[in-house]
Design a protein around this ligand. Structure first.
Ligand code: GLU
Length: 487
């Protein structure tokens, strides 16, 4: 197979070099890129190790690009082999090598300047390049405002290309490129004031806003651009065509939309203000309570990040939170629940977290055995919010509609009906604010995803950790010597 690759590419290069328009039989046709992938049983993909593309979480490999390209490999019936490049220049260089990977899936912009470097698939995501600045600094609103600012972008990126184009009209514009950083590092540097501005794609900002409280959009640069997969420029059409057909199917069957929501929907769900508020609280509040979440989770064999996500949804990690309905404390327990869980003082953060964790475990253990993970967890969260009785009603409604009462996605459709008379009048336990429960679970899942990313052990050795970004270092920080002073 290696020989094939070599042979084919040599033929292609040779034909290109002498400019012959000869039929390519015996060279390219002998074995197309698609045939080789199938014959080898492996699709070799090069990407970047970043939150928007590919990284490891507690369950293994993940990331938008990874998930999409994994489905493509599954469709082709082959294994996926991921390789990572340290920067964009290296990525394109390796893609063009004779024995290089067959596809690049790395949040790449199919820009003009790159059309000789690679061949691009259809677009799977439309993004807008954005100038990003630090809140509190002067906000540039037009390209002229970039002059005289300290600007850093990824080396070899579409953004460097855009800035070079702008230099034609604005010769005084200066910027630097670095191949030692990733987008998260750039955002971190803006957040901490080490640089004035950077340019990133809107999807990257949307997903990372939740880590950088000071980062804001200054203005959009140019029109929307397309993110695409790429193959080497000398490559034949077969793999690209197959990729395009796959991307079209993914668009039609909703796969693409689901992935976009999951990875880039943070800002859609939280709103920009919610996203940077979360980032602020992640830095300022969570460190005080993290050890309590960890300890409570350990006792109940739970995931501390899920408990922390519940705590954020309930009180924004405020131990003295109270509501008009009489629920109180960091986990917002009712008096009855607190009593049942042995919580003497609901306003004590540690007690509240232990009580919330016990209560959640109790609810989850009480769910029918046929409920399987991860739906079991999402349904337990719903029950934590609305009560096990109303959840039972929603599950019965699902069953009556021919939906699956054991699937969160199906039960989620029924929950809002619990506040509509035509439906709740037919249920055993009647009216409940089911729409709120849907938001409750969705928000918690979002916070949980974010916390999972921030605390993944893999980050410890990464550029992000080295760059001094304090958020992912949560796992590394030593717990405070004394009980956290809250209240
Ligand atoms: N889309 C960019 C490019 O192809 C990389 C991602 C980013 O810098 O936000 O250069």
């Amino acid at each position: 197979m290696f020989a094939h690759t070599l042979f084919r590419k040599r033929c292609a290069l040779w034909l290109l070099a002498v400019g012959l328009l000869l039929p390519v039989s015996g060279c390219v046709d002998e074995s197309s890129s698609l045939e080789r992938v199938k014959k080898d049983g492996v699709l070799r993909v090069i990407t970047r190790n970043s939150p928007a593309t590919y990284f490891q979480d507690r369950n293994g490999e993940t990331g938008f690009e990874y998930e999409l390209v994994k489905r493509f490999a599954d469709d082709l019936g082959v294994k996926l082999q991921i390789e990572t490049a340290d920067n964009l220049d290296e990525l394109y260089a390796r893609l063009g090598q004779l024995d290089g990977p067959q596809l690049a899936a790395a949040g790449l912009t199919a820009s003009h300047g790159r059309q000789t470097q690679a061949r691009f698939s259809a677009s799977y995501l439309e993004v807008t390049p954005q100038v990003v600045y630090r809140n509190g600094q002067r906000r540039p609103t037009r390209p002229e405002g970039l002059v005289g600012q300290r600007i850093l972008v990824l080396k070899g990126s579409s953004h460097a290309e855009q800035l070079r184009e702008l230099q034609n009209q604005l010769p005084a514009l200066q910027f630097e490129e670095s191949d030692a950083v990733e987008v998260v590092d750039l955002l971190n540097m803006v957040d901490e004031g080490q640089i004035d501005l950077t340019l990133v794609d809107s999807n990257e900002l949307a997903m990372n806003q939740v880590y950088f409280p000071n980062v804001r959009v200054a203005f959009d640069v140019g029109d929307a651009s397309s993110l695409s997969w790429a193959v080497a420029s000398g490559e034949d059409d077969s793999l690209l065509k197959e990729a395009n057909a796959f991307l079209q199917r993914a668009e039609q069957n909703g796969t693409l939309q689901r992935l976009k929501d999951r990875y880039y929907g943070h800002v859609d769900v939280l709103g920009y203000v919610g996203a940077y508020t979360f980032a602020k609280h992640l830095q300022q509040r969570l460190p005080r309570y993290e050890k309590h979440f960890r300890a409570a989770a350990q006792n109940g064999q739970q995931d501390w990040r899920l408990l922390a996500a519940v705590g954020y949804q309930e009180s924004l990690w405020q131990p003295e939170a109270t509501s008009k309905t009489g629920v109180r404390g960091l986990m917002m327990l009712t008096q009855n629940t607190a009593q049942a869980m042995g919580v003497a003082n609901r306003l004590d953060a540690k007690q509240s977290i232990v009580g919330g964790s016990k209560y959640f475990a109790l609810i989850k253990d009480g769910l029918a055995a046929e409920l399987k993970e991860p739906d079991r967890t999402w349904l337990a969260l719903a029950a934590y919010n609305i009560g096990i009785a109303h959840l039972g009603d929603a599950r019965k409604l699902a069953e009556a509609e021919g939906l699956d009462p054991n699937k969160w996605l199906d039960v989620k459709k029924m929950l809002p009906r619990l506040s509509q008379k035509q439906w709740y009048s037919k249920t055993r336990y009647g009216y409940a604010r089911g729409g709120e429960t849907v938001h409750f679970v969705q928000n918690i899942r979002r916070y949980y995803d974010i916390l999972t990313w921030v605390t993944q052990p893999q980050l410890e050795g990464s550029k992000i950790a080295e760059s001094g970004l304090h958020l992912p270092a949560i796992d590394k920080r030593k717990p405070p010597a004394e009980a956290a002073p809250q209240l």
